[in-house]
Each structure stands twice: as structure tokens, then as C-alpha cells.
Design a protein around this ligand. Sequence first.
Ligand SMILES: NC(=O)C1=CN([C@@H]2O[C@H](COP(=O)(O)OP(=O)(O)OC[C@H]3O[C@@H](n4cnc5c(N)ncnc54)[C@H](O)[C@@H]3O)[C@@H](O)[C@H]2O)C=CC1
Ligand SMILES: O=C(O)C(=O)COP(=O)(O)O
Length: 327
Amino acid sequence: MDGHTMNPGDLSWDPVAKLGDLHIYPRMKAADVVTRAADAEVILTNKVPIGRDMMDLLTRLKYIGVLATGYNTVDSAYAHQLGLPVTNIPGYSRDSVAQMVFAYILHVTNMVWDYNNSVKNGDWETSADFSYIRTAPVELSGKTLGIIGYGDIGRKLGEMARAFGMEVLISRKQDGTLPGGSQDDINLGRVHAVPMEELFERSSFISLHTPLNSHTREMVDSSLLSRIKPGTVLLNTSRGGVIHEESVLDALDDGKLICYAADVYDQEPPKPASALIHHPKTLFTPHIAWASRDARERAIRIAADNIQAWMDGKPVNVVNDVQRGRV
Ligand SMILES: NC(=O)C1=CN([C@@H]2O[C@H](COP(=O)(O)OP(=O)(O)OC[C@H]3O[C@@H](n4cnc5c(N)ncnc54)[C@H](O)[C@@H]3O)[C@@H](O)[C@H]2O)C=CC1
Ligand SMILES: O=C(O)C(=O)COP(=O)(O)O
């Protein structure tokens, strides 16, 4: 549907092309989906929303592959009703996304770019001393990182944080349950599981890694943000919709949140003049955390493996619990 972001020309679609008759559209408007995909049995979409109206009209469709980990753009519950499997691509960009979170953290704590600009502007050459401090760097060792959503990316981020000597907190879900797969790390003392409210109270850095769904939409609201310590940094590489935008703006304005660093926005691309994007205390990248060449190459290969497994009658990475074909 929208192959350009995954492969702007530096990769090959061959792993997918080998499986059938492949048509790549660099971009697609929602209004064109039904005509362009009328004959398709398999569609791959990244951010083109696939809703129930389209699924009703695409009568030949048997499989929807999401070219991403987050699959909030597809009405997978309705696809389930139709017996249409929806697959995603877990894990392909785990290392790249966790690395991006640390790029934001180090940007805030070490200000390499600000110091570089100051040096290039001549401040060092005219300094009275061998060194000068504009804003003191912050040492991460001993600081607390709170991770909301301890899955593939959250776990990798925790590993990186421990290498920096940070304490890692993870949150229980709203119903009190632990994220799957976290028990070992809790038992080994690598992370501490606390209620979401306590995580907001204790963390200097809070990083969001949940999927966007009805439980997580606008989860980070004024109630949670009222608990943070002055000087907290909020990091979001999950989905823009996980935060309540007005509440984040208020927390930035009242000085408790010193930075909101994000790779995602509720509507992408954002409309011009977003107050959040243009706020002096925010740091934004254009949904690029996943986009290393390595990760994109992995994604194309896994997308092809997903289709092959489904053709072989043993589907994998199905997110809506449909194991058979359209009924
Ligand atoms: N910015 C980017 O480039 C990328 C963004 N993403 C986003 O990051 C999200 C996470 O990715 P992964 O770690 O690979 O997914 P994952 O599925 O491995 O991990 C998500 C974790 O969140 C937990 N969770 C779900 N609801 C929760 C709640 N209400 N409270 C606390 N924990 C909850 C789950 O139990 C799971 O452990 C994706 O859904 C996607 O939206 C993913 C890849 C790239
Ligand atoms: O994999 C994901 O969920 C991502 O957000 C990565 O970006 P993409 O959706 O692949 O453009």
C-alpha cells in the first residue's frame, strides 16, 4: 500500500516478490485502496488504515500483513469476524528504537550539539578557563528510568539503561497484571515492577513502549503527570495517541516536565503549527526510530516469512487470532 517508507529505494522487495504477483505502491490514499487492491489476495500496509468498509469491499482478500510492529491502523477485530488473519512484524526494530531512546536521553543529559555550537561560535577560544559550564551534564548512573510497556523494545531499553548504571522500574498494567515475559527479570532483580502511579513518582526518565489500543489511548494524562518530580523527562517512541496532549503541554509549561522527546504524533504527518511540536521544551523526530537500513531489511524478510508461513498453513505473528482463511 505504502511501500516508500519501508523501502525508499535502498532495499530489494525480492523476498516478497518471489511469493507471487507483487505490485508496490509508494503511497496510497485511503480512497484508492478498494480500486487498487480489488484483485489482491494479500495486502501489505504500513500506515494506510484498513477499516471494515474496505474489508467488506475487498472480497478476494485473504490476508492482511502490517509492515510494522504496531498494528493500530488495521481494524483487526473486524478482520477476525471475517476470518481474515492480520499479521505484524515483531522485534524487527527493537535495537534501533531502544538506541533512539538513548539518543534522546543523551541529548538531554550531555548537550553535545549545544556545546558544539557554543565552541564553533568561539566561546571556548575566548574562555578565561580551560573549561566552561553552560548547563552541567547530568550523570545517568544512579538515576531511575521508568519503562511503560516491557516488551521487545522495553526489555532492550532496560538492558541499555542497566549498562549506564540506572535503576529500572517497569509498570504493571492498569489491571495490576505484569507484562508477559517480565517475571524472570523481576526475579533476577534487573527491574522492579511497581504500579504506574509509583513509576511516575519515582522516575527521572519515563519511556513509553505500549501498543496503542483502547486501554492505552491517552493513558499518560494529567492524573499521572501530576505525580512526576520536577525535572522529569518523558520519552515517547510508541504512538502519539498514548499521551493526552493538553496534559503534556501543561506539565511542560508548569516546569515539572523538562522535556518531552518523541518520535511519534497522534496524526502523522502532523498538521502545521502543532503547539506540542513547536514547544521549546519538546524534541521531535519524524517517526524514524525504526528506520535503520538493518531494521527495514529485517522487516521485509519477516513480512515475506509471514506470508510464506500462512501459505504453508502454519501462520505466524497473527495478531487477531485467525489461523485459517477467510470464511
Ligand atoms: N517509533 C518507532 O519507530 C516504532 C514504534 N513502535 C511502537 O512501539 C510499540 C511497542 O513495540 P514492542 O516493544 O516491539 O512491542 P511488544 O508487543 O513486544 O511490547 C509491548 C508491551 O507493552 C505491554 N503493555 C500493553 N498494554 C500495556 C499497558 N496498558 N500497561 C503496561 N504495559 C502494557 C505488553 O504487555 C508488552 O509487554 C509498538 O506497538 C509500536 O506502536 C514499534 C516499532 C518502531
Ligand atoms: O513498527 C512500528 O510499529 C513502527 O512504528 C515503525 O514504523 P513503521 O510503522 O514501520 O513506519
